[in-house]
Design a protein around this ligand. Structure first.
Ligand code: ADP
Length: 435
């Protein structure tokens, strides 16, 4: 395209320059002819010839028989070349006789004159084509230089663009292809701060997130398997022991209790998993209704207190005033029990946990305060993520699966509420829900 444009421009400029040469030649010839017609004499003829002596133009003045009356310094060879054009020349208008500037050494024009005294003939003008050839050569050189320069510039621009735009795009395409094949080990360098850099950053973030989700999922499956295998081992073991039959009533009762307890643990885990799956599918709904706050929390306190007592811990309920709550009672119970369970799990014996409920304008504030092991500051941001467990070994030791808080958060948000946590390592944690 560029080349075609240059070629077109080159042709046009040369044509207009050549046209200019022809116009000058014709104008000069017409000028000489006018002078000759006005002052026809031998002296005028000599003057005209003299005027063209130094220019790269020549002039020949003929009479009606084609005889040369005056001629500038033209070599004989050229006269021989021009003569055939003069023989039998008949034109009453200015005329270009030789226009082929490519091959002929001169371009030639004829200008007829006719004077009252009966004198007539032609002023023949010749202009050397050397200057045209020089001009064309000059122009071609300039165009060649411009062409080569623009080619180099284009090449540099192409190289730069390909480095700056194309290559990062290709790398991003390869990265996304890798992602779609399930390979999340993608490393994209985010060097620029423009849109491309942002895009690379987003892809990298996506890859990191996917990688994290993948490893979390594996951990999750491992922890679910672990969670299920422990109660199952108890169930199978104690069922076998009981099937032997030679047990005292007290032993039988004790084993049955263990079986019931472990079955309940499994049921609880399944319930949480099911909730999690429902939340992921967005098929989860809360059915809100009004109910009295105090009896509700007293009920929970009664239900949970024995577990605290077993660990020599104290659970205190602070719920002043009589007011109504607007929530899904079953879900809210699940939320509070989950938080209390955690407070129980992550606190030492003899410590106290406070469940405080208060009303603030339209909202109810529920907080669970413990003085347990606390959460490291750098992990607080993640504890509501699914399957996240602080210091994995620690949670495993405490029997956690990392699902509880993510379920709590989803449930609170399904109620249109918020959950916050303040925690200090070794000092304790406070979870506050506003609903
Ligand atoms: P888990 O079933 O492991 O308890 P959760 O989602 O309930 O899972 O909690 C996520 C992590 O947050 C836990 O692994 C635990 O380390 C930490 N955590 C939750 N509640 C408390 C708390 N009251 N005190 C200290 N750490 C807590």
């Amino acid at each position: 395209m560029d080349l075609f444009l240059m070629f077109y421009l080159h042709r046009n400029i040369i044509n207009s320059k050549v046209d200019e040469q022809f116009e000058t030649l014709l104008a000069n010839g017409a000028n000489h002819r006018d002078v000759l017609m006005e002052y026809y004499s031998n002296t005028t003829i000599k003057h005209i010839v003299l005027m063209e002596r130094d220019a790269n133009r020549e002039v020949i003045i003929t009479d009606q028989q084609g005889e040369i009356l005056g001629i500038s310094e033209i070599n004989a060879e050229l006269i021989d070349q021009v003569k055939p054009y003069l023989v039998g020349l008949q034109t009453d208008k200015d005329k270009v006789l030789v226009s082929d500037w490519h091959d002929s050494p001169y371009i030639v024009s004829a200008h007829p004159y006719d004077i009252n005294t009966g004198q007539s003939g032609y002023v023949i003008m010749l202009s050397s084509t050397i200057s045209i050839h020089e001009m064309v050569a000059d122009l071609s050189l300039h165009f060649a230089i411009a062409g080569v320069t623009s080619f180099i510039v284009l090449f540099i621009v192409y190289a730069v663009l390909s480095k700056v735009i194309t290559r990062p795009l290709i790398r991003m395409k390869e990265a996304t292809e890798k992602l779609s094949e399930g390979d999340f080990q993608v490393r994209l360098s985010v060097s620029s701060k423009d849109e491309l850099g942002e895009l690379a950053g987003s892809i990298q973030k996506l890859a990191n997130d996917l990688e994290r989700l993948k490893s979390e999922r594996n951990e999750f499956l491992a922890s679910i398997a672990h969670e299920l295998s422990t109660p199952l081992t108890y169930l199978i073991g104690y069922s076998k022991v009981m099937s032997r039959g030679n047990l005292t009533e007290q032993e039988r009762q004790q084993y049955l209790e263990i079986i019931v307890e472990e079955s309940n643990r499994m049921k609880e885990l399944m319930k949480n998993l099911l909730d999690l799956a429902k939340m992921d599918e967005n098929s989860f709904t809360v059915k809100k209704a009004f109910f009295a706050a105090r009896p509700f929390f007293e009920g929970i306190h009664k239900l949970i207190e024995p577990s605290f007592a077993m660990k020599n811990m104290k659970l205190t309920l602070l719920c002043e005033g009589e007011y109504q709550l607007f929530a899904d009672a079953l879900r809210l119970e699940q939320i509070v029990i989950n938080l209390l369970d955690n407070a129980l799990n992550y606190s030492d014996e003899q410590s106290e946990v406070i469940l405080q409920v208060s009303q603030n304008e339209e909202k109810t504030i529920i907080s669970v305060m413990d003085s347990g092991i606390g959460i490291p500051a750098n992990e607080i941001a993640f504890i509501f993520e699914k399957l996240y467990r602080v210091e994995k070994s620690r949670s495993r030791a405490f029997g956690g699966s990392g699902i509880g808080l993510s379920v709590v958060k989803e449930l609170v948000e399904a109620h249109g509420g918020t959950i916050e946590v303040k925690s200090k390592r070794g000092k304790g944690s406070t979870f506050t829900i506003t609903i």
